[in-house]
Ligand binder design. Structure first.
Ligand code: HEM
Length: 262
């Protein structure tokens, strides 16, 4: 039902945003727009099912909203900081576009922030690239770099908060504050992550995606209790980050979560 809701809402938005004659572009935007948001929401529900304490704190926070949430509730990270932290942590750990590719326009040299040791023992400080060469950028690897995030494979939304976990005291923090590395140690994308890429070709739908994500997650978490099914999940990158049940990979994409009414 929710995946249906997400698809319908995303498609309505695309129809409003784009000229209907541009069918190819519409198809691309449908893929870029709704599969990405629904994938991130699915991973969020799975992560919350496994982290009951995070789930309760998130529910506690969104229940403080009197009536329906407003636009400001979702765009100002100080109003619902725990929701914002869950959003950032999911976008960090489960970027739907787990890798990105760029084609080199002209021969160039890419400087490295930190030198790496080559096979011959020498230190490499930059990488020469040639025109038309394709560079693969591991978005998920950047987002889960232990040198930057420490326990990078752990789902811990409080890493993004000053209040460290108490939803009532939680306060949004920025790179360089309270355990979040300084901006110059992170990549230049949204919140120091590579989820939406960075630079002039950064995802054009990013703000809409974040708004949509928070609006849907708020609705879900207010009404449903999410529980873990106990099955192990493995992830592969099939264009989008793809979850499958370990040992049952042949059955295709799967990310089961038990839902009951709160
Ligand atoms: C969680 C949700 C989303 C994620 C993680 C995401 C991520 C990305 C990434 C990594 C790129 C590639 C940027 C590059 O070339 O380096 C991209 C491009 C793009 N995205 Fe998103 N996206 C999301 C949602 C959306 C939504 C909701 C829309 C539209 C309403 C959208 C529209 C686009 C478009 C049109 C591009 C191409 C931009 C260009 O080439 O200049 N995306 N997105």
């Amino acid at each position: 039902m929710f995946s249906c809701y997400i698809r319908v809402s995303a498609q309505l938005l695309f129809l409003l945003l784009l000229h209907p004659r541009h069918l190819n572009r519409n198809f691309f935007h449908s893929l870029a727009g709704h599969e990405t948001v629904s994938s991130t929401l699915a991973f969020t529900m799975w992560a919350l099912a496994q982290n009951a304490d995070v789930q309760s704190k998130l529910r506690e926070e969104v229940r403080t909203i009197a009536g329906e949430p407003t636009y400001d509730d979702f765009v100002d990270p100080n109003l619902l900081p725990y929701l914002d932290a869950v959003c950032k942590e999911t976008m960090r750990m489960f970027p739907p576009a787990a890798r990105n590719e760029k084609a080199v326009q002209e021969d160039d040299v890419i400087p490295l922030r930190q030198p790496i040791r080559g096979a011959d023992g020498s230190w490499i400080k930059s990488i020469p690239v040639k025109k038309v060469q394709v560079i693969h950028i591991p978005s998920i690897g950047i987002n889960r770099d232990e040198a930057v995030f420490g326990d990078a494979d752990t789902f811990r939304p409080t890493r993004w908060l000053v209040g460290r976990g108490d939803a009532a005291e939680a306060k949004y923090c920025i790179p360089g504050e309270h355990g979040i590395p300084p901006a110059d140690q992170m990549c230049g994308g949204w919140s120091g992550l590579f989820t939406f890429s960075e630079g002039p070709r950064i995802c054009v739908g990013m703000k809409l995606a974040l708004f949509e994500y928070k609006a849907i997650l708020t609705t879900l978490i207010r009404s449903f209790q999410l529980r873990d099914t106990g099955v192990a999940i493995s992830m592969r990158n099939f264009g989008l980050l793809a979850p499958r049940i370990t040992g049952q990979e042949h059955e295709g994409l799967n990310l089961p979560v038990k839902l009951t009414l709160v």
